[in-house]
Write a protein that binds this ligand. Structure first.
Ligand code: KG4
Ligand code: ZN
Length: 398
């Protein structure tokens, strides 16, 4: 069963094609393509929703055409569909707000296309204008080829990203066997927009047990990075700078909510404390390159300590049989090491996405779709109304 997956929730346009074997509960990666808009948004110091929409609209036909050509070459299967006037009209109507996209998609579908048995796509959470491009593209394609649609929660996608095994690009089977996982698990999801602790009772059965009251971890990383003069998105750059940092008794930062008896987080206080510290050091003309590295280290240490301690508490309270850490910030080396140590001590397995799959991508959405299909879900009919949901939460029905 061939599944086409689409991700457009933020600043990455991504498309992939996988082939699911339901009996064997496995899938093969056929093709996985992504265009990052980071260089475009970097100029503005953050993601600009209208610009993201424009770029997704531009990138989708490029990726779709590339994906189809490569997939046909690889699997040596293709077909041609009948583009009736009625279908053309429907597609134009679905994509009425994505000017120009309908014509480009119709042009691609005039040629040979690979087999596609279902569409999976990110419905939310994310930036509404960006999400809509993916939602409407999925609807338009499903209408053209008359297949079901599976709307996916982006955060479930991050959880599902851990299913992809090392070397997934070249292996016959791309995913770890599902029997490898025991429930319940705890998932810590850390990205530019979210910081959540999730009780994973089973695949598809998620409950948020704690989240941030203000800034997300990735957002705090990016804001502090900016204070240190690093470009957007500064998270990874701050982390690199932190490697040169030393323990410095003049640079002490708080550990917000660490001793609260719950699973909530708060990072805006830490960010403000860092800002005051930087202002003070600047006034004292003590804001050297070495001091910047010390601040980066102090900030990263504070974040790592809060995240690991809160997660440890949740793992114990829920007798978790495994820990998942996913989302863009899970690429952070210090954090990966800290969680490796924690899970080694607790003697439970740690599941991290492959480095390439920490940030947003469509393969994680395909993985989540794979789980929905294995669970026997039928998907939505292409005639049904489907909306982008920018505030979608895990555990809420789609
Ligand atoms: O999941 P993601 O790609 O997009 C969202 O859904 O938000 O996460 C992006 C976030 C950004 O804030 C970025 O700075 C942060 O992940 N990030 C990192 C690292 N790599 C990415 N933060 C800290 N250390 C890193 N190595
Ligand atoms: Zn994400």
């Amino acid at each position: 069963m061939y599944i086409l997956s689409i991700e457009t929730s933020c600043d990455e346009t991504a498309l992939s094609l996988i082939n699911i074997n339901r009996e064997k509960k496995s899938f093969t990666l056929i093709e996985d393509l992504l265009i990052s808009q980071i260089p475009i948004h970097a100029e503005y110091g953050g993601v600009f929703p209208a610009l993201a929409k424009r770029e997704h609209k531009k990138n989708i036909p490029i990726l779709l055409e590339g994906l189809f050509t490569r997939a046909i070459q690889k699997i040596k299967l293709s077909k041609k569909i009948k583009l009736t006037q009625e279908k053309r009209k429907k597609v134009k109507k679905i994509l009425v707000r994505e000017e120009g996209l309908a014509d480009m998609i119709l042009e691609i579908f005039q040629k040979e296309i690979p087999p596609i048995d279902a569409l999976v796509f990110t419905q939310g959470p994310g930036l509404a204008p960006a999400l809509w491009v993916g939602v409407n593209t999925a609807k338009a394609i499903a209408t053209l080829i008359e297949v079901p649609l599976y709307p996916i929660n982006h955060m479930e996608g991050h959880i599902s990203s851990i299913l992809l095994k090392e070397g997934y690009q070249n292996e016959k089977i791309a995913n770890y066997p599902l029997e490898n996982f025991s429930f319940p698990m705890i998932a810590l999801l850390i990205s530019g927009g979210h910081t959540e602790l999730i009780l994973v009772k089973n695949w598809g059965d998620y409950q948020i047990i704690g989240e941030t009251l203000d800034d997300a971890v990735g957002e705090a990383f990016d804001k502090v990075a900016r204070m240190l003069g690093l470009d957007y998105p500064g998270g990874p750059k701050l982390s690199l700078l932190a490697e040169q940092g030393r323990e410095n008794e003049k640079i002490q930062l708080p550990r917000p909510m660490l001793h609260h008896d719950d699973y909530r987080f708060s990072f805006s206080g830490l960010k403000t404390a860092t800002r005051y510290l930087i202002e003070k050091l600047k006034n004292e003309q003590n804001f050297s390159k070495a001091i910047k590295a010390d601040i980066a280290k102090a900030f990263e240490d504070a974040v790592v300590e809060v995240l690991t301690k809160k997660t440890e508490k949740a793992l114990k309270a829920y007798h978790a049989k495994g820990l998942i850490v996913a989302g863009g910030v899970s690429a952070n080396k210090k954090l990966r090491e800290a969680f490796q140590e924690l899970t080694r001590e607790m003697q439970i397995p740690l599941y991290l996405p492959q480095q390439m799959l920490c940030g947003d991508n469509s393969l994680m959405i395909a993985s989540a779709g794979f789980l929905h299909i294995l669970a026997g879900e039928k998907g939505k009919k292409y005639e049904e109304e489907i909306e982008a949901k920018s505030n979608l939460r895990l555990g809420e029905s789609l």
